[in-house]
Design a binder for this molecule. Structure first.
Ligand code: PBG
Length: 323
């Protein structure tokens, strides 16, 4: 008997009827760049993405919320003068990032707000951990990361997002949070984060590329490994992570799929700055249909088993999904 799968593709209604995977606005997380001062700044390598002061950011979030984007991941752009070797500024009381977290949660109580836990935005060395004689120290970094996590929890963040890749940080943070009485803070661990070339535009955006010596290969994963990602996810879940992330996205869909099918835990992918930049650049040149490729790339994460995606495209995607 001749098989004719094309029958199920003959009309839009039929195609929709048999569609297997769906994008939902509720599962998009928009990364945002916060300035310590009023204003809006363009990021050359991320066309369409802006660094914003708190008031401008509030206005932007309002528009995003109206379009149905309710999840945000906030990153600080810290002035050089506030950076030091031990990232002290990351947990001081008058830190503009912590103050913004409190204000944003007051202004938008129904949104979910995720923080970034890593030293690189605050470090004069530009690394995610403490540098001593060219080495990135693990355990000494964790003491700083714990303070950062507690300060962010106190500020009222919903989800802590450790992006640093030090060993043992999830257990240490979870313990510190519980001890301080923050029992309901979620941890979305950047569990399988690769030492990737796709992060370039982000480092420009937060001003972390200038000082950075060498690479991040002693703490971020080798692109040649995949079983290791499963071990890291398993460890982070055992240490107290509620959700896990694979990063970057499109080049690591196999990892997303393996993580979801092995652990069944809430799994997110980060469609990172370089992925965004590539699509935007080709679209601006008229070489691809930007909207189509954006939606197609986001759908790939769903097909691979991800629950949600961190993406700079979140507002545009939400608008299209709204019709
Ligand atoms: C660092 C961090 C990076 C990103 C998020 N947090 C870059 C890096 O590891 O150097 C990248 C995000 C992106 O490229 O969009 N803690």
């Amino acid at each position: 008997m001749l098989r004719r799968p094309r029958r199920n593709r003959k009309s839009a209604a039929l195609r929709a009827m048999v569609q297997e995977h769906f994008l939902h606005k509720s599962q998009l997380i928009l990364p945002l760049f916060l300035l310590d001062r009023p204003g809006r700044q363009a990021i050359e390598s991320m066309p369409g993405v802006l660094r914003m002061g708190l008031e401008e950011l509030k206005a932007h979030m309002q528009v995003c919320m109206e379009a149905g984007v309710t999840n945000f991941a906030l990153f600080p752009v810290v002035p050089e003068g506030l950076k030091d070797a031990t990232a002290t500024y990351s947990y001081v009381q008058d830190n503009f990032y912590l103050q913004a977290i409190s204000q944003l949660k007051k202004e938008f109580p129904t949104c979910s707000l995720m923080s970034d836990v890593a030293m690189d935005p605050y470090s004069s060395d530009g690394h995610d951990g403490l540098v001593q004689d060219g080495e990135i120290l693990n355990d000494a970094s964790i003491e700083i990361l714990e303070k950062m996590a507690i300060a962010q929890a106190q500020a009222g963040v919903d989800i802590i997002g450790p992006s640093d890749m030090m060993d043992g940080r999830i257990g240490a943070m979870r313990h510190a949070l519980e001890t301080a009485g923050h029992r309901n803070i979620s941890i979305l661990s950047y569990s399988a984060k690769y030492a990737s070339g796709y992060y370039g535009p982000f480092r420009d955006a937060v001003g972390a590329s200038g000082a950075l010596q060498g690479d991040k290969k002693t703490y971020q994963m080798d692109p040649g490994n995949s079983d290791e990602a499963l071990r890291l996810v398993e460890r982070d879940l055992q240490e107290g992570a509620d959700m896990v992330m694979v990063k970057p996205g499109i080049a690591y869909l196999d990892i997303c799929h393996r993580v979801k099918s092995t652990f069944g835990t809430p799994t997110f992918a980060y469609q990172v700055s370089g992925e965004y930049a590539m699509i935007q650049a080709a679209a601006q040149n008229g070489w691809i249909d930007g909207e189509k490729v954006m939606l197609e790339s986001l759908m790939a994460f769903k097909r691979a088993g991800c629950d949600g995606v961190l993406s700079y495209f979140a507002p545009q995607a939400a608008r299209i999904l709204n019709g």
